[in-house]
Design a protein around this ligand. Structure first.
Ligand SMILES: [Zn+2]
Length: 102
């Protein structure tokens, strides 16, 4: 059994788990109930984690989930002022407030 992904939220974890399941990779989500403890325990200990039961499928699972993450990055652009990545539909930088170019 290997951890293949640490999700930012329970929704992300569920989407990742559903994707792996649909591709025939059995998996489990851990820390489902830990999100309520954020603020009381170190953040990284409370994030949902995807674990794959079969070690032989772990590499394939990481590949699949990395591909999903790459797709999200295509919809980002970096702020010309502070270089922070912003979602493509943002008009101003979330970080410094500078106007983003079209
Ligand atoms: Zn900025």
């Amino acid at each position: 059994m290997q951890r293949v992904h640490t999700a930012a939220s329970l929704i992300d974890a569920q989407l990742a788990a559903d994707l792996l399941t649909s591709l025939g990779i059995p998996n489990h989500i851990f820390n489902v109930n830990a999100a309520g403890a954020i603020g009381e325990v170190p953040f990284i200990n409370a994030q949902p984690e995807i674990w794959v039961a079969d070690d032989a499928q772990a590499a394939r699972a990481r590949e699949i989930l990395a591909g999903v993450a790459d797709t999200h990055c295509d919809d980002e652009r970096n702020c010309p002022h502070c270089k922070e990545p912003n979602p493509a539909h943002f008009l101003t930088c979330w970080h410094c407030g500078s106007a983003l170019p079209d």
